[in-house]
Design a protein around this ligand. Structure first.
Ligand code: SF4
Length: 311
């Protein structure tokens, strides 16, 4: 299918790619089964033809007069057989670009031969954003992530060996009330072995129409309340031993509100240098909630109240 005069760009990108030019290589998610995810549910997966992608790259060039970074959508571009050629074309069309990044599934990284990954890296794709969500096997099962903890470790190591910068997402709250401690400890364990360059925290926000939200409705899943979630993040940070890694909480779902004001914005910093400061920040937020009789609102509550629509 040709996209005529429209410029087909990805509907989602990481927050730190807000200034980036967006180019779509694939549409949707080839897996599309994670129980918490709503992102591509209505999109049938498709790897776009080389011709369509080149057309979009040329149109993007007309829109973005200059850009330092480019993000490639959608969720798992490493499935595209012509990705090395596509990235080369993008680099040629945008010679000024300093960083090209994309989402990637751990399972796809494992399936791809090292030669392919290296070819993609050599062509100019710099960074892979990988959804770990949790390092706990049971939690990964109920999220239906399609990869086990040891596979997540192997995928992270393989991507780094191929020369990519690796950014792993962790879904705070994914363990629910039942497994927040295991979720924290095992996520730290996996990341300590995978040794990513970045760790990005998101908070599980249950959207209508997702299987996990249905489980919540049936009483089969219990959301981790804000105070326990802060303790979960504290336990997680405390157990991280990674080095030369940046931890970011660059998403509004990590915020906590009380009386209409933000009382917590998440923790961020270099690891291991800023670990102590991050733990102090978490202790302050925990202390505030425990000592004051505050009504805390999190992203789940605000979503239910209609303040957040897409997260
Ligand atoms: S979380 Fe990622 S892998 Fe899972 S369904 Fe959503 S886009 Fe696909």
């Amino acid at each position: 299918m040709r996209y005529l005069n429209t410029y087909d760009f990805p509907p989602y990108r990481p927050p730190n790619e807000a200034e980036s030019a967006l180019i779509r290589i694939t549409r949707g998610c080839p897996w599309n089964r994670c129980t918490f995810c709503f992102m591509y549910k209505d999109i049938r997966f498709k790897a776009k033809s080389l011709e369509d992608v080149k057309n979009d790259v040329n149109k993007a060039r007309q829109i973005y007069k200059t850009t330092e970074s480019i993000f490639l959508g959608d969720s798992d571009n490493l499935v595209h057989k012509e990705l090395p050629e596509i990235v080369l074309y993008i680099k040629k069309t945008f010679p000024e670009v300093k960083r090209i990044t994309a989402y990637a599934r751990a399972k796809t990284i494992l399936k791809r031969k090292m030669e392919f990954l290296k070819a993609v890296r050599k062509a100019g794709l710099d960074r892979l954003h990988i959804g770990l969500e949790s390092g706990d096997a049971k939690v990964l099962d109920w999220l239906y992530k399609g990869a086990r903890p040891e596979e997540m470790i192997e995928a992270g190591q393989k991507a780094r060996k191929a020369g990519f910068e690796v950014s792993f997402y962790v879904l705070s709250g994914a363990g629910g009330r039942e497994r927040w401690k295991e979720h924290a400890l095992n996520s730290a364990r996996v990341l300590n072995k995978a040794k990513p360059d970045f760790i990005r925290l998101r908070t599980l926000t249950l959207k209508h129409g997702t299987p996990l939200k249905d489980k919540l409705g049936k009483g089969e899943f219990e959301i981790t309340p804000p105070l326990e979630r802060l303790k979960e993040v504290r336990l997680f940070v405390e157990n991280l031993t990674v080095e030369k890694c940046f931890l970011a909480s660059d998403h509004v779902t990590n915020y906590l509100w009380a009386g209409g004001a933000v009382i917590y914005r998440g923790v961020a910093g270099k690891l291991p240098e800023d670990k102590k400061t991050m733990i102090e920040t978490l202790d302050q937020a925990i202390g505030l909630i425990e000592s004051e009789n505050l009504e805390i609102k999190d992203s789940n509550r605000l979503y239910e109240e209609g303040f957040f629509t897409a997260l």
